[in-house]
Design a protein around this ligand. Sequence first.
Ligand code: ADP
Ligand code: MG
Length: 713
Amino acid sequence: MQLNSKIEEIFTRLPESRKKAIKKIGIQTISDLLYYFPARYSDTDEIKNTKNVKKGDKIIIYAKVKRIKPTKAYYKKITMTEAILEDSEGIIQAVWFRQPYIAKMLPEGTFAKFSGTISERSGKPYLANPEYEITNDVASGLFKKESDNHFLIPIYPESRGVSSQWIYHSLQKVLVSKLFEELKDPIPKEILKKYNLPSLKTALIWIHSPKKQSNTLSARKRFAFEEIFFIQILRQKQKKEFQQLPSFKIKKTKEEIEKLINSFPFKLTKAQEKSIRQILKDISGNYPMSRLLEGDVGSGKTAVAAAISSAVVTTKPNKQNFGNLQVAYMSPTEVLSKQLFESFIQYFSDMNINIGLITSSGCKKFPSKTDRKNWTNISRPQLLKWVANGEIPILIGTHSLIQNSVKFKDLACVIIDEQHKFGTNQRMKITRKNGVTPHLLSMTATPIPRTLALTIYGDLDLTLLDQMPTGRKPVITEIVTPAKRERTYETIRKELKASRQMYVVCPRIDEPDPDKANTLRVKSVKAEAKRLKEKIFPEYEIDILHGKMKPTDKEITMKAFEDGEIDILVSTSVIEVGVNVPNATTIIIEGAERFGLAQLHQLRGRVLRSNHQSYCYIFSDTKAQQTLDRLKAIKTAKNGFELAELDLMLRGSGELSGKKQWGISDLGMEAIKNIKMVEAARTEAKEIIEKDFKLEKFPLIKKCLEKTEIHFE
Ligand code: ADP
Ligand code: MG
């Protein structure tokens, strides 16, 4: 056995399904296995027997299959398997829906470990869709209680085909081999000592085979630190590398800057003005800017972007007395790109600047040759030609902007709107296009906790737009329980009567498949639109919008909503991002418990677009006090950042989906909750990169960094 041995070479005779499953959870080698950490440690009351179970219990039992047969549920023709399981204390029924083959896998007489949740049918408890693992080893299974063990038993994240127990046993074998002693600790000793963290070897033993609770805590702390430390090293290194690249110097005179700041029909907020000045300073410097502008929905990020664009396109390329530097402005959706295009047309209308729009469904150019006040559709090759020869200084678009066919003449600045929708690599791709590196302005309304921002965006400088334009009234927000639903509709009717419009956000597009057992009965866009039209608001025009619609259809619907032809727009959270319709003053959010607080806050921001009083009704069917308390935070929190912090503290690490959204493991997210740890990792990473950004003196760190890099691709 070697550290880089393939799992299937060491543990031979694995069934195909397990091989696949192991690969899927990212374990290929022995060392991957060592780095597969427990989600938690079993508290003994989970390991139960069939006696005294009740609905909702999550249990693990060791039992014998007494009887088993495939059947059909008579009411829905669902195929299923029913079994009677027997352990030392008694029997219990188990049911697997849609898995008729289970009877073959678990013939009568088989001993296995079963884990799952207890459901109830006509007052009788049964185990619903339990996971199982055949033990066929009576001694280790049926009659030995794991709680007799004085060790804490690690519970590993499971997935179909790999049980926690399998991982546990495999790991114990690996640990016995002492192979892990060959692993070299990538974290320098001095750092471990400074923060009182265990060495790699000790931490591996402690995390997989702890003797006591404090072992697990120290080990987890170390690995959490390690994860954040490497992300920090990676980001600091990227920052340093970026700063070595050549860029366009964009210098404006004092008078020009004053003029820019006063070029809006409204007075800029202090925060807007400050950011504009900061950014202008950045882009006049010696290396490319990379700045993140973080501001709540409605804080006016577009104005900042417009001012910077203006500064760029009114500058001539190096040593040239004609032409304009160029701006690329990328946004995540077509709807949003189109709106930006229109805002920019207004802003630049007096300046004789060509503006292009590129999306997968077509290209546009402003102004039209024949009508100088309007835009016109043009072909993609034509647009690309004008972008490449510099005749179109401002190009706005979706992902289409980063295709290789899009070439600029003098691209000096890239602006990315709602940047969290794009990966770091897309960000890098667009900024590393040709010889001179464009300045990068990333913008986001996703309020994320400071610790998270410092980590995942560690290569960017941060500016906060923490102020709203004056005159905005805060959105009146209500949490609506089922009993108050009807009354709320009547209140809303008054708003609609005053010719205002409304959004209704649902968590799903279609009705759930009625056949599917246990599907969450959450409201869907299509069914809710129908219900509202038939039962609640027949007198109003209602339409739907969701991510699966064709881009042109979306655009038509959005236009109709903007023009007031639609009164109520029922949609999924696609409208979350940046849509701007000032006359829409009410938003209903259905199934609110399914959204994070920061996301709810962003949805609410849709109605924060004008000086009318606006309303947000958060509909929730939940009876769980904890969830209701969480939702209440949205009424009291002062801004999005506060809510993001709350999300981080209140939601379980599973719910935070750190991995899916940010590429950070659940363990890493524990570090994110700890500002001290994040700051420590950042300080140490910075120091190393300052000293030696090529990491020549840190070969181990360099090697581990490659893994981190691949992970973030
Ligand atoms: P976001 O930060 O969410 O992208 P926008 O840039 O879309 O916000 O701005 C929201 C609305 O506020 C727009 O209609 C914009 O014209 C307006 N706005 C922006 N800045 C100001 C300001 N300083 N005073 C008044 N209105 C403003
Ligand atoms: Mg915006």
